[in-house]
Design a protein around this ligand. Structure first.
Ligand SMILES: [Fe+2]
Ligand SMILES: [Fe+2]
Length: 303
C-alpha cells in the first residue's frame, strides 16, 4: 500500500495589531515605546498595513484546501499587547473547531516584554494549537502526531531587554526536555516547528542581534533526536535550504505571510520522506494567494 500523504500549511510572521492597543502607564518604561515609534513613525506599520486582508485571503485558501494541520511559526503580534493577541486569535480562527488542528510557537514579538512572556499571553491565546505530548507541565517542547509526521514545537523566543535585540534561545533545560520527549516518540518523521532559523538562506549565521544564541546546541540536540526537517520563520523572506555538514537536515523558512510585497505561505505534501512544497504569494489584484514556486526534498531518515 502506498504511504498516505500528510498535507501541512505553514505560515509565519503575521504581525497583526489592533487600533486600540490598551497602553498603560508602565508600558512607556518598556521597549514597547521604541517599538511603537518603529511601527508608527519609521515605516514598519506601513509594511504590514494589508495584514488583515492577507490573513483573510490565506484563511479562505486554507478552508478550501482543508490541509491535515496548520503550522504557525510565530510573531503573531507586533508588540505583544493583549488587544493584538485578541486580533490574531480571531483572524486566524484559533478557536474555530471547523479548521484543521494547529501547532503554534511564539516569536520574539510575542514576547516583546518580559511581562507579556511571563503572563503567557501567547500560550493562552493559542492553547488549542498547543495540544500534544509534553514533559510534565512544561509548555515546551510539545509534540503532536499528524499521520506519520511528528510536529515537535520548540520555543526559541525570549524576552530581550535591549530594544534592538531580536535574538532568541531554546535554553539548556528545554533542550534536555526535547531529548527526553524524542526518546518517548514512536516511529515517524520528526519535524521541528520553531521561530528561529539555524542559518540564513546562504548558510551564514544571522547577525548577533537576530541570531538563535544557542544554535550549536540546538543543532546537536535536534540531530540526536533524529530530526528530519526544521520549519521556521523570523526571516521575512521565504527560502528552502537543504541538509549540509553544519546542519544535517533541511530547513524551510515560511517568510512573512503579511508583509507587503513579500507575502507568502507554504503548503507541504509529505509522503514518506518525500516533501513537495508549494509557495503561494498574495496577488492584490485578485485578493488571493496564487502559486509562485514549487520545490521538493528527500528528507533524511530518522536515525
Ligand atoms: Fe517577524
Ligand atoms: Fe521574529
Amino acid at each position: 500500500m502506498a504511504d498516505p500523504t500528510v498535507r501541512l500549511v505553514h505560515f509565519s510572521d503575521v504581525h497583526l495589531t489592533a487600533r486600540r492597543l490598551g497602553w498603560r502607564r508602565r508600558d512607556f518604561a518598556t521597549k514597547r515605546l521604541t517599538g511603537w515609534v518603529n511601527v508608527k513613525l519609521l515605516g514598519r506599520g506601513r509594511r504590514f498595513k494589508h495584514a488583515p486582508a492577507t490573513v483573510a485571503a490565506m484563511m479562505r485558501s486554507v478552508r478550501l484546501r482543508s490541509p491535515d494541520a496548520l503550522v504557525f511559526t510565530g510573531d503573531a503580534t507586533k508588540l505583544a499587547f493583549a488587544a493584538e493577541f485578541t486580533a490574531a486569535s480571531s483572524q486566524l480562527g484559533v478557536d474555530d473547531p471547523s479548521l484543521p488542528p494547529g501547532v503554534a510557537v511564539p516569536g520574539n514579538h510575542d514576547y516583546y516584554t518580559t511581562e507579556a512572556a511571563v503572563a503567557g499571553q501567547f500560550e493562552a491565546t493559542f492553547r488549542p494549537w498547543q495540544v500534544g505530548e509534553r514533559i510534565g507541565d512544561h509548555p515546551y517542547p510539545f509534540a503532536r502526531k499528524v499521520g506519520h509526521v511528528w510536529l515537535i514545537a520548540v520555543n526559541s523566543a525570549t524576552p530581550n531587554r535591549f530594544h534592538l535585540d531580536a535574538s532568541g534561545e531554546v535554553g539548556p533545560d528545554q533542550l534536555d526536555r526535547l531529548k527526553r520527549l524524542c526518546d518517548r516518540l514512536d516511529g515517524g518523521l520528526r519535524v521541528v516547528v520553531t521561530h528561529y532559523p539555524l542559518r540564513t538562506e546562504t548558510g551564514a549565521l544571522e547577525k548577533r542581534m537576530r541570531v538563535l544564541r544557542d544554535h550549536e546546541a540546538a543543532v546537536t540536540t535536534a540531530t540526536g533526536c533524529g530530526v528530519s526537517l526544521w520549519l521556521h520563520g523570523h526571516i521575512h523572506r521565504p527560502f528552502v535550504r537543504g541538509a549540509t555538514a553544519a546542519v544535517p537536515f533541511p530547513m524551510i523558512c515560511a517568510g512573512s505571510c503579511t508583509q507587503t510585497g513579500r507575502w507568502s505561505y507554504h503548503e507541504y505534501a509529505l509522503t514518506g520522506r518525500h516533501l513537495v512544497g508549494v509557495r503561494r504569494t498574495y496577488a492584490p489584484a485578485d485578493d488571493a494567494f496564487v502559486e509562485s514556486d514549487r520545490f521538493s526534498l528527500l528528507l533524511p531518515a530518522v536515525t
